[in-house]
Design a binder for this molecule. Structure first.
Ligand SMILES: [Zn+2]
Length: 466
């Protein structure tokens, strides 16, 4: 039996910090990087008698996400207590949603180079994040060498969106692609920064394997709290390899939580998986059920912008799948669209969007004129730099056209060829890659003012001629 007959079965649970002004159940400000334990109150520190009040904006944001994922929006959602003990959980329970989440089943149509794959969304719900434990020798630097841990309660009570995806992903590549687009969807909705480096986006990854055509699922491994696309991809590949090895050797694959070690590129058992029952979920007695009015849901539906997956499908018609996907997942597509709308050819607009820094949308028209006017590279650099700062006038740059006049360029080109006989020899020996070097020399001689397209053509002509 070869590993070619096995396929990965991957499901993601994604957590995103919502970008509300205040916490989920109290009025404490949310501020990334604030001094430790300065954003706390009796509610989020769980003083006796303190009562939670839900953050309405967080509920709206969760519904927005649900609408973008084609989820059923609950008419009756319930907050539950998820009971467990941990030092960063002062109440001894986390307020979450269990049987009646805000968003029910939905789907994500994942665009790929070969068409479309439907990835199921099981649910999306709202909960509060725990506080942050800083282990000895940790981030503050204060406790280096100490044998204790500190808790920063600023994060405790941050509204946390949890999106549970179905185990419909079939490779590491597909899983990370899905996660990239899901992240972009969240960012475009304006509900979270979804920044893995800052910890505002984290993913739990479930991986099992099965043979192609096999129905049902084998035991899965869960890797929790992943915060890097690269490590998620590598962890899935490692889990796939290890599980296939175990199955083929007739060893038992135990369903459990695993840790991924990037140095050894292997997973090791973390701790045995708690069953859901261990948490003794029960409805939160201090909160009434959430019943979003139909008018609210309809108003929010109208607020959902074009989804990144839809945008890729649309742009792929102009550009092909890969460039469209790159533009959208880097957040650069609006620049290409703005330039294309002003008449710049699509492929050129896409290249400019990827390679140039940002510019103010109001400058798209002026930039389109400058780009199409064949101005010098220097003028182009200055125009884009200025266009990021404030309004620009195309006329300030249009006079600085690139040197495209053959009579002016030919003497420069001949001088460059005469000065670099070795490269000329190399080119004529069949290594045409050296042309780039010669173009660079001409550009240098003309202080970047020559039109590179014309230089390329003239150089090639003269190199072939002799
Ligand atoms: Zn608070």
């Amino acid at each position: 039996m070869s590993s070619a007959e096995w396929e990965a079965v991957v499901g993601l649970e994604v957590h995103a910090h919502l970008k509300t002004l205040t916490k989920m159940f109290c009025r404490c400000e949310l501020e990334y990087g604030a001094a430790e334990n300065t954003r706390t109150c009796p509610v989020c520190l769980a003083h006796p008698g303190a009562l939670p009040v839900p953050n309405g904006r967080a509920i709206e944001m969760t519904i927005l996400l649900g609408l973008a994922l084609d989820c059923e929006i609950a008419e009756h959602a319930v907050f539950d207590r998820k009971n467990y003990f941990y030092p960063d959980l002062p109440k001894g329970y986390q307020i979450s949603q269990y049987e009646a989440p805000l968003c029910g089943p939905g789907r994500f149509l994942l665009p790929t180079a070969d068409g479309e794959r439907e990835i199921g969304i099981v649910r999306a719900h709202l909960e509060e994040d725990a506080a942050k434990t800083v282990h000895s020798g940790g981030a503050t630097g204060r406790s280096v060498g100490a044998d204790y841990s500190l808790v920063d309660f600023n994060r405790g009570g941050t509204p946390l969106l949890e999106i549970v995806g179905a185990p419909d992903l079939r490779s590491a590549e597909e899983a990370t692609w899905f996660l990239r687009l899901l992240r972009q969807t969240i960012v475009d909705l304006g509900i979270s920064d979804a920044d893995m480096e800052k910890g505002t986006l984290r993913a739990d990854v479930n991986v099992s394997v099965r043979q192609r055509g096999e129905q049902g699922f084998r035991p899965r491994w869960e890797i929790k709290n992943m915060n890097s696309f690269r490590f998620i991809g590598r962890a899935i590949e490692a889990a796939f390899r290890q599980q296939v090895e175990a199955h083929e050797a007739g060893e038992e694959v135990v369903q459990s939580t695993y840790d991924y070690d990037d140095h050894t590129d292997r997973l090791t058992v973390h701790r045995s998986k708690e069953e859901a029952d261990d948490y003794r979920y029960f409805p939160e007695p201090d909160l009434v059920p959430v019943e979003p009015p139909a008018e609210l849901v309809e108003r929010l539906r109208a607020e959902v912008p074009e989804r990144p997956a839809d945008r890729i499908r649309r742009l792929a018609d102009e550009l092909g799948f890969a460039p469209a996907a790159e533009l959208v997942t880097t957040g650069n597509e609006w620049k290409a669209e703005a330039l294309a709308a002003e008449g710049v050819e699509w492929k050129a607009a896409a290249a400019i969007a990827m390679n140039r820094g940002g510019f103010l949308p109001e400058n798209a028209g002026a930039l389109a004129r400058i780009v199409q006017a064949n101005v010098t590279r220097e003028a182009l650099d200055e125009a884009f730099a200025a266009a990021a700062e404030g309004p620009i006038e195309a006329d300030d740059y249009l006079a600085r056209t690139a040197l495209g006049d053959e009579d002016e360029l030919v003497p420069v080109i001949d001088a460059v060829l005469a000065a670099h006989p070795e490269q000329v020899e190399t080119y004529r020996g069949g290594k045409e890659g050296v042309l780039g070097f010669l173009v660079g020399q001409v550009m240098r001689e003309t202080q970047g003012n020559a039109d590179p397209k014309v230089v390329n053509r003239l150089l090639a002509e003269r190199l072939r001629r002799e």
